[in-house]
Design a protein around this ligand. Sequence first.
Ligand code: 16G
Ligand code: MG
Length: 569
Amino acid sequence: MGGEWGQSDICPESAQECTYVGQDHLDMDLGAITKYSALHAKPNGLILQYGTAGFRTKAEHLDHVMFRMGLLAVLRSKQTKSTIGVMVTASHNPEEDNGVKLVDPLGEMLAPSWEEHATCLANAEEQDMQRVLIDISEKEAVNLQQDAFVVIGRDTRPSSEKLSQSVIDGVTVLGGQFHDYGLLTTPQLHYMVYCRNTGGRYGKATVEGYYQKLSKAFVELTKQASCSGDEYRSLKVDCANGIGALKLREMEHYFSQGLSVQLFNDGSKGKLNHLCGADFVKSHQKPPQGMEIKSNERCCSFDGDADRIVYYYHDADGHFHLIDGDKIATLISSFLKELLVEIGESLNIGVVQTAYANGSSTRYLEEVMKVPVYCTKTGVKHLHHKAQEFDIGVYFEANGHGTALFSTAVEMKIKQSAEQLEDKKRKAAKMLENIIDLFNQAAGDAISDMLVIEAILALKGLTVQQWDALYTDLPNRQLKVQVADRRVISTTNAERQAVTPPGLQEAINDLVKKYKLSRAFVRPSGTEDVVRVYAEADSQESADHLAHEVSLAVFQLAGGIGERPQPGF
Ligand code: 16G
Ligand code: MG
């Protein structure tokens, strides 16, 4: 598996799993669909799966997928009677790759049953495509007479423009209306979809509307910060040579009163995501290339589609310090909790993490901040869904993908408080009102998160070192193991325990007992053909040993292939 088709090639059975039995349908122009589909023909034998973040593989294999996702977006739009989004991007993948994902009415990830339809439609051979399309409509009781509207965005990859044109072909051949936003960050497209389906209450569905909404909230907030001076007001941003650079440059002057940003890896020279960007910085635990960092300067990196962010700095001794999603969640939830105490509201606030969250962050949140913490499976949709259960839900993956969600009731309450309460409380309520506006509640958003973080640091007068010092991360190690079929590993308890193969969890338990403050888990990757291993312990040496020993257990018990995992990194 894996191999030449790349990362989405993870479910070869999926084509056979589709059980559509269709009849002809009068409300689709089948002749036109066949004609246009032939212009976006599927390469023979290519099987892809709609994975955690949509379809992703080499750009040259994606033309038919784009056309078909245009078709599917129209059906989903007709079914939900709402605007649906289509984003053309492969996020942090290399420049040669591309991908596509659909955005549901409230700016959320596509519903799971439609992910299955997406997989079936993408994998249908040319002659079966119409039948699959009709059967999806029937299964989902789509009223084909209903109008459809689709909005489209794309990142800066060389292949993206042509591929987004293929999406448009799919939309139009099924009679859908569309608006092509052109270049957008992924979270901007989520925002547009959310705005359009809430009658403009969330904001104006234009890039200008996005800039204005966020910047207004940010400038209001930073006006109240007592600490000023360059240290607080300047930030270096590594834009991964991607769309984040373009959008931040456009937006900069809207918020420059509160923050001055210096952009690096802005796409003028380097290659997208190459030796830079949030994914590179997080996984290599080192600064990106192309950025000069003086000691104690605050820096951050976006990923290729600007939906992830991590911070970092060099201390006076030249040591690199990474501030990941866990510490971002801690800063944000602590601040929100303090505001609620000041306002005198006891709202139900929760933090959502995954098994990758550093044990120190969970302990700090639970024991020091007294904030309840929940763990879900990896993948934004799981965290987002869980966070919706709270009055205020803050979710972040350690890799820097996250945001905060506020229930409608909370938003109303805070608005009222900002008008009615007496002075000090009113100020806190006003601050919270602006923070709510500053978050992109449709999706994790590097630009929005960056402004939230910058506002909090300025308001609290915190330096990047003080923020970092909230707690000390436990040393940890992540490894990959190659196995013949990673589906032999199944997990439970939010991926923290292996259910199969038999004996694996017992082996992990025994290994973990050998080390202090230790924890380890394994899970099949959703984006690569590997098993991922995570271990943490009281020292780097112990974390490394534990990770290696767990890798060996996986190799032995889960059908490892190739060379046995070797110690040393
Ligand atoms: C995808 C997910 C990300 C997750 C990663 C895990 C979205 C938008 N993205 O990139 O949240 O952390 O997959 O990858 O959901 P893995 O399964 O290969 O470890
Ligand atoms: Mg991304």
